[in-house]
Design a protein around this ligand. Sequence first.
Ligand SMILES: Cc1cc2nc3c(=O)[nH]c(=O)nc-3n(C[C@H](O)[C@H](O)[C@H](O)COP(=O)(O)OP(=O)(O)OC[C@H]3O[C@@H](n4cnc5c(N)ncnc54)[C@H](O)[C@@H]3O)c2cc1C
Length: 445
Amino acid sequence: MPSAVGDADVIIVGGGIAGLGAGVRLKDRGLEPLVLEAEARLGGRMTTDRVNGFVIDRGVTLFGNGFASMRALVRRLELSPLVRAGKFGVGIQDSAGCRGYRGGRFEDLLLDRGISLRARIACLRFGWDLLCHHRALRHGHSDLSSALDNEDSQTYFRRIGGEELFERVFRPGLNGPMGGSMGTSSRVIPMQVVWNLLVRGQWNLTDGVDRIPETAAAQVQVLTGARVLHVEQREDGAQVEAEIQGKPRSFRTQAVIFATPGQHVPVLCPGLPPDMRETLSRTQYSRIANVAVALSKPPNTPYAGYAFTQDVVPGAEIEMEHLRAPNRCPEGTGMASVFLWNTPEKLRLDARDESLKQQAAAIVEQNFPECHGKVLFVHLIRWNIGIAQFPPGRLREMTALRKQLALWKSPFDLCGDYLDGLSSEGALKTGEEAAERTARKLKTR
Ligand SMILES: Cc1cc2nc3c(=O)[nH]c(=O)nc-3n(C[C@H](O)[C@H](O)[C@H](O)COP(=O)(O)OP(=O)(O)OC[C@H]3O[C@@H](n4cnc5c(N)ncnc54)[C@H](O)[C@@H]3O)c2cc1C
């Protein structure tokens, strides 16, 4: 029989940035949270591997200057000395060659003679839309962008006369951050990514992004290797059944915050209202692999990222780890992270590990001939739950769900990127919101 333990004011299921952000906020509100994380380490998709002196961010790689909650958490955790401003330029390769665009420099697109005048006029229209709606485009505030969540990106660009702009710039440039779904995503998603990461600029941490979740985890009670199996409402709160290092254990608590991918929540908690179960079970993520190719000499490149049109290299994008922040690679070396996803023409992710590593090394060597024979090792990270997917209408559904959560008289609450729009900032913001609602509920009981 599992032992019953009355352990914490609030149990948080999932130790990604949403769950840990909720934990820190509850602690600040005078409550004792306990985070249960299924994996051996914390951070979820915000983790970092350290291999042979190379610092490899596994999932989250970039923070935007508009990530106000993340910056506030970094200050709260006293990590500000590690913050460095980042510069991001992207080179886009198509059959005509490579064109480069610097982050925050819209004029690079407007003055680019490699694309047609019509494409540049569409670019002006896109820029105008960004300016008009920028308040609604901040990550973490997707509940303000419902009015824009009415068409997919491809239809939107066609409507503003930007078919070429879409095919030659935005689809290749943004497909990676969207897990390959640029065409079918709500137009809000690329608008958010462009506004938050490319127009407003970026920052990063010298030591790897995992310093944020690791430092947050040091401030709250956490159990790793603790997979939650079942959660049930009780008269005085909730009961949580978990398996900890393979052994069953029961917890009693006043409230539970689910900080797992949305589709897991109805499975863990069958007692949720039917409409909420149905909405959550439709949460989708695209799969993606991050294959880090360590190089004995960095490539000669002015850009921190490279993207490709479908006819050149389908389903791939490159980011330079050594240009992301100082101290990421040993002196004199470099690292190119190749992000790979499935396309209708190429089902890359179904390949075996060795094949994926070879594909990534080949893409790097093909793109940077000077790196031929300079590969030191290749480190593969696969994400089966990768990038949250937002076809048109999904953000509106999530806004309705967030409103429902604000009025919900239940010991349960929810957070995670799927509620806001694919970013770590959205995940954190929803975690902090869930913590505030839970703290209010417990205080008024
Ligand atoms: C390749 C890649 C690149 C990305 N790049 C960026 C970027 O540059 N910038 C950016 O802002 N965002 C980026 N993202 C998105 C970002 O990683 C996520 O939005 C964010 O980390 C999600 O945090 P979360 O806490 O909602 O979910 P997660 O990090 O997935 O955390 C959920 C946690 O719940 C745990 N869990 C699940 N089930 C259970 C259970 N039954 N019991 C206990 N624990 C459980 C999981 O193990 C996991 O740790 C990227 C994502 C990927 C995959």
